[in-house]
Ligand binder design. Structure first.
Ligand SMILES: Nc1ncnc2c1ncn2[C@@H]1O[C@H](COP(=O)(O)OP(=O)(O)O)[C@@H](O)[C@H]1O
Ligand SMILES: [Mg+2]
Length: 247
């Protein structure tokens, strides 16, 4: 409770801050419009230009509100036992056309026989999509997007690797903060939401990045005990029987 209240306060402070810029800009444009309208022959081209900016800023305000509502809404997570493979494939297919247009080569490597994990398909897709969109945005001049899924001991690791700009070391701790963005029209909420989704799955996100050569974001999802691959009972006893025979 305390944690979510603190998160909400951070978000609310972020919204207040985010709203200030567009509001200031709208207010200035309206003053300029009033000035033009007082002239004998109002300059219609200039008026259109100011109005366009006002419209743009209103769109931005709308987006801020939509994103805020999404971020504070309690997540309706419904965990089901699923094979993550097909879900990842589906997302990879979804982004393929855009990747092709941007000169990005997509490499998909999904281990066969991945164990089932508890997940909410819709939310995991959103998380993957957020990471992939960031990866593609980091490769404005093309590159390689590698999506990998493997089972390592008691977790599934899904990694999204890009050969893009990378993240400066000083920003590594900032990028998950709400509203942190380096993009002209970014919301800075993608990673915040992604992190929240993965935490709701009792998972984690790790990150490796090198400025100038790219980044790897890895989602770690726990494999439920009963899904762990253990030797079938008869194999264990066969091995014991064998060793006894040798002795
Ligand atoms: N794969 C990546 N490569 C380089 N920078 C990244 C990558 N993913 C995230 N970032 C940085 O983290 C910031 C925050 O990302 P995010 O929360 O998704 O918001 P947004 O995409 O709206 O900027 C981005 O603006 C960018 O600076
Ligand atoms: Mg993003």
């Amino acid at each position: 409770r305390a944690e979510s209240l603190a998160a909400l306060t951070t978000l609310a402070a972020g919204v207040a801050h985010e709203i200030n810029n567009p509001l200031g800009s709208i207010s200035i444009r309206i003053q300029l419009l009033e000035k033009i309208m007082r002239a004998d022959r109002p300059d219609k081209t200039a008026m259109t230009m100011h109005l366009d900016v006002v419209k743009e800023e209103i769109e931005r305000l709308k987006q801020i509100v939509v994103d805020f509502l999404f971020a504070v809404r309690p997540m309706d997570i419904r965990l089901m036992s699923e094979n993550p493979g097909p879900i990842i494939e589906e997302i990879a297919e979804l982004i393929l056309p855009e990747a092709e247009r941007s000169g990005i080569d997509v490499q998909l490597s999904i281990a066969k026989d991945l164990p089932r994990v508890l997940l909410d398909k819709r939310h995991i897709k959103q998380a993957l999509l957020n990471l992939i969109q960031n990866a593609m945005a980091a490769m404005a001049d093309g590159g390689t997007l590698t999506i990998k899924a493997e089972n390592v001991s008691d977790e599934i690791r899904i990694s999204i690797a890009d050969t893009g700009t990378g993240i400066p070391e000083g920003l590594l701790t900032k990028i998950f903060e709400p509203y942190f963005t380096t993009k002209k029209s970014g919301t800075g909420l993608g990673l915040t939401i992604t992190f929240k989704i993965i935490k709701e799955h009792s998972g984690d996100i790790s990150l490796e990045s090198k400025e100038g050569s790219g980044s790897i974001f890895t989602i770690h999802l726990p494999v439920p005990q009963q899904e762990k691959k253990s030797l079938p009972q008869w194999q264990d006893s066969a091995a014991i029987a064998g060793s006894q025979a040798e002795a």
